[in-house]
Design a protein around this ligand. Structure first.
Ligand SMILES: Cc1ncc(C[n+]2csc(CCOP(=O)(O)OP(=O)(O)O)c2C)c(N)n1
Ligand code: SF4
Ligand SMILES: [Mg+2]
Length: 351
């Protein structure tokens, strides 16, 4: 059985958010992933972020491909819209849904195989088009669901559980996302909820393509010595450039840190990203510097995490295409069919 409903009973005194919902209201079915799988921690972080933001679950559309990671939308937000697509094809389905109804909050969940192997073409185009979404890659360096083959994000020289050495160069998804034009780019670790939850909140409030690459160890096939995606390796090589505090626009903004240590970035919806700098001189507003910084640390075997780049005033695909503001399902016959005179005028322009 792959689907187990959670009992609905819960403690009557569970804390409620500003719309009267408890964390339980953002949960899904009981997970059937392996105990200790990093993906379950990411689901918990998504639940926490949506609860803290007081998002109405029915306003979220969660989309995924195929893989253990792509199964996870079943385990959170069971009152949201969901679409489990084909391996590597989530981005095109998400793009279509977003173009048809811009009023929903789009959450794409994918794996490193799903996004960096079979789906890399789709990944590239959704980033460069600036589709308004949060795109989370649950990155374990292997095809977990099909029993642990190396994926395209496995580091060159890293070892499989059976001892095979990966000879291919790794694709670094945050570098790729930066190069392709994503306007909110972050990396985190499934074992660091304190870092991950605010990063998800910031991404959900960002307008444009928001990518979060989350290193998420696969305990069944990629958590041994020699792997660069194991819990031990990531803990030992994690270098955070900053720590993010997220403040929704309705909260009063108070200054808690000395100037120089903190940068505040106001997003288009009025929410504020407060970045506590950890790396000296790191500027999350400079795309080229971010790419350089990532590559420098990668060469030393370090994994750079935090909010790596943000462009707060970014536009999205709807702005690029100048689409109508009303979702298509709310347009009437008059708007959808302007009549033969208007059609004749358009045809005349083209002749
Ligand atoms: C078109 C197609 N090709 C291959 C497969 C087999 N397949 C299913 S999941 C998967 C890899 C999943 O890896 P990843 O996206 O990294 O997810 P994980 O299980 O590691 O979370 C593969 C190759 C498939 N389902 N569909
Ligand atoms: S096989 Fe790996 S990725 Fe899949 S559920 Fe188990 S630990 Fe997670
Ligand atoms: Mg994987």
């Amino acid at each position: 059985m792959t689907y187990l409903a959670k009992p609905k009973l819960h403690h009557p005194d569970l804390p409620k958010n500003s719309i009267g919902l408890t964390r339980r209201d953002y949960e899904g079915a009981i997970s059937t992933l392996c105990a200790g799988c990093g993906h379950d921690s990411i689901s918990a972080a998504i639940i926490q972020a949506c609860w803290e933001l007081a998002i109405q679950p029915h306003r979220v559309a969660k989309l995924s491909g195929i893989g253990c990671s792509s199964k996870t939308p079943t385990y959170f937000l069971d009152k949201s819209h969901g679409f489990n697509s084909v391996h590597g094809r989530m981005p095109s389905v998400l793009t279509g849904a977003n173009l048809a109804n811009r009023d929903l909050i789009y959450l794409g969940v994918s794996g490193d195989g799903d996004s960096a192997s079979i789906g890399i073409g789709q990944f590239a185009h959704i980033m460069r088009r600036g589709v308004n979404m949060t795109y989370i890659v649950e990155n374990n360096g292997v095809y977990g669901l099909t029993k642990g083959q190396f994926s395209a994000t496995a580091d060159q020289g890293s070892k499989s559980k059976k001892g095979a050495v990966n000879t291919d160069s790794a694709i670094d998804l945050v570098s790729l996302g930066l190069q392709l034009g994503a306007t909110y780019v972050a990396r985190s670790f499934s074992g660091d909820k304190e870092q991950l939850v605010p990063l998800i909140k910031g991404a959900l409030s960002h307008r444009g393509a928001a990518l979060i690459d989350v290193i998420s160890p696969c305990v069944a096939f990629n958590n041994h010595a020699g792997s660069t995606k194991s819990y031990d390796y990531v803990r030992a090589h994690n270098e955070a450039v900053n720590r993010l505090d997220f403040m929704p626009h309705r909260d009063a903004i108070t200054t808690m840190y000395a100037p120089g240590e903190v940068i505040e970035v106001t997003q288009h919806d009025g929410s504020v990203l407060r970045l506590r700098k950890l790396a000296r001189g790191y500027d999350a507003g400079d795309r080229l510097a971010a790419m350089n910084h990532i590559a420098t640390h990668q060469a030393r075997g370090e994994i750079l995490t935090g909010l790596l780049f943000v462009q707060a005033d970014a536009d999205d695909l709807h702005a690029h295409l100048n689409t109508v503001a009303t979702p298509l399902n709310r347009l009437g016959a008059a708007e959808l069919c302007p009549g033969s005179a208007a059609l004749a005028a358009i045809n005349a322009e083209l002749s």
